[in-house]
Design a binder for this molecule. Sequence first.
Ligand code: MG
Length: 374
Amino acid sequence: MNVVVLGATGSIGLQALDVCDRLGVVPVALASGSGGRGFEETADRYPDAILAVADPADPDRLRDRFGARIVFGAEQVTALAATRDSVVVNGIVGFAGLDATLAALAVGNRLALANKESMVAAGGLVNEVLVQGGGELIPVDSEHSALHQCLEGEDPSGVKRLILTASGGPFRGRSAPELVGVTPEEALAHPTWDMGPRITVDSATLVNKGLEVIEAHFLFGTPFDDIDVVVHPQSVVHSLVEFVDGSFKAHIGMPDMRIPIQYALTHPGRAPLDVDFDLVGSALTFVAPDREAFPALDLAYAAGRAGGVAPAVFNAADEVAVAAFLDGRLGFTDIPAVIARALDEAGRGPADSVDAVRAADSVARQLVGAWTRG
Ligand code: MG
């Protein structure tokens, strides 16, 4: 198996490399955004891997150390995604992962997709390229991996609805007024999952769940009316499918991203993984999300139903708003307000080309950047 890991120094990338190590698979290529934060040590562990760094902080130093096996530039990262006959783990954070998604699928690779922004911003285009390229797309997001596993072997006509579970984040149970003035530190203390900063804040606002609803729509072709969200604080049931005969299938396991990553690599087979989970004594609870305290969820449904560039605008507006929040320039409850305003001002138009999506993304970023400048 030729494995290419994009975003190799991020949370998903490092766990993907751990899975590869355990499977005895040596990655053929690694890509990183800046080449910082542990990149050199990681690259040293795989001396035969080609390396690509999108925007290197210190290219001369990296060139001295790695010589001809390292290349620079975002287009080089995209080129690695197009390595033929590969499994490409796309762990790039944010909209920047879209080009790699399209490049991997265009040549018929298997794409293990952790970059949900690709599917949210350009799901229709990604699906077109998937069909044309004849490859495979296996989601790595825990909820979508769960749904993929529950839907395996099922006829779509038998599916009644998809139910995504949400942990509820650190502010579960708080009312809207109780969310005013919460700090980045509080938002970054996620109770069950250990993830990067943007997705952790997105979990606290339920933006992440909203993005996942849109992602599920494009991955599985399910109408928005048939996708629900329940809050499940234990994060043990990763999602469920309800069928027309009243049966439910749930995917249960430890909250450990190595499970969906490995599934995406070994599908349709499975391989052992050292994860312990004791079902005995674990209570599983499910409650409806508080849509008033966490209005971002319904904003995501609205953006999804509006279609076109609206999901791309939703995503871009959030990405900039979260950065402003983490930087102390925007309040927590202002994040959904800013997204709503961006959707109003820039959320209309068809998403019929990558350029159209990119333009909408960039307009939303400029707007929110201007609104949140300190
Ligand atoms: Mg998820």
